[in-house]
Design a protein around this ligand. Sequence first.
Ligand code: SF4
Length: 496
Amino acid sequence: MAIISASILHDFLECPHRVTMDALGAARLKDPVSPFMQLLWDQGTSVEKQCVESLGTPFLDLSPLRGEQKEVQTRSAIQRGEALIYGGRLSDAELLGEPDLLRREGTGYVAIDIKSGPAELPGSDDDAEAKPKKAYGVQLALYTDLLERAGASSGRYGYIRDVHGKEVRYEFDAPLGPRSASIAIAYRELKAAAARALDRESATRPALSAACRLCVWKSNCLRELRAEGDLTLLPRVGRAKRDALVGAFPTVEWLASADLSRYAKSKKPPFPGISAPMLVRLQVRARLAVATNPAPFFREAVQLPTNPHEVFFDIEDDPMRGLVYLHGFVVRTHGDPSDERLVSVFAEHATEQGERDAFAAAWSFLSRHADHIVYYYSKHERTKYRALQAKYPRVCSAADVEALFSPRRSYDLYDDAVAKSEWPTLDWSIKSLATFLGFRWRDSDPSGAASIEWFDHWVRTHDAATKQRILDYNEDDCRAMRVLLDAMRSMPQNPG
Ligand code: SF4
């Protein structure tokens, strides 16, 4: 019988195949753990340590213990009614849980997990209330299941303590969202599905997604997906769409050559979550993927700006420290590459003051170039600038930030152009598109995740070469946007 732990539930939610591979995959097929992943683990350990040190209340520390000894001591601490237990362990039949904290509340105990990210998901524009994170909720539900089995539960709730020391209560019987089931139901379903996969009662399949980026099975899964012509190799076709389509169109080639006329008049989506027009669009994407000399094109009319004064803008931020540490600008006039220049505003201190000073300098640069159009890629820069403005309101006003990201001043190359086009690439990231266009980053490992790890290294060492590596990477990101814009100017529109 498979043993289900909190980390298995967390991983299963991200990718069921990862759970299978971690349990049953051959170690020789694994990629090395990336330095960024290692940093995330170290960060998790350090946040937990800081959180425990700041509890300000006595607790029983069982963290040095392992296995059976840890479990025996946890159960006897619960029997004695210890107020707070750190690093305990409970198991029963198919379940194993190691909650960070168990706190006595009322007549029983409640589980508290310490996380190095925010405790909740931010609310969307329409519904501003923050929402519980399913991955956190199901982990707390597992610990509570174990407490219930031990006859020691305070009730069907738990707490997440986040990186800022904020403690958020998770109710297991409340729905996760307006159209979602409760944490309790999600937990039951996930636990059963993970057990079926681990007991080999149901097979899992890889699916290319954002979760693959940092996964140790990436090379192996990509080989498998390519060999099978898996539909997730198409941009924006994830596991759910692939699973909906795979019965009718098992491979990319199959979809590319399929006769879709029988679906054309369908008023109802012919496949769950896939309308008839979307199916046609996916076939176009599949045809591009199997073409011998594929060329990108716009699906719909796109008017690219023509301002002779251009700024290509990209920021780098460290989500672990909660800091934006670099604002990069590549400036070009009249499309002349020889006139191109880079302006980098780097936070010389990894502190709020350092972040504020860099933001103020970047804002000053943007204000002095008010006649330039600002190109950026997706909503990240806007989101971060709104947050920076709220944090440092003396630098600029909220209206100033909205004006900067308004269509009169800026252009989102992703949302306004790429999202209306088709590319023979695995995804629509700036890395994939600019690489397809022949652009090469100077770094051998260019990624946002890697740059966060380099920044962490720079903060600890102030190594000049590491700082230069970050600046070069950011500059190349900006130049990649320029390459993309120039290529899109001659891209055909809706060639049928
Ligand atoms: S590489 Fe992707 S598909 Fe493969 S196990 Fe990892 S997350 Fe899953």
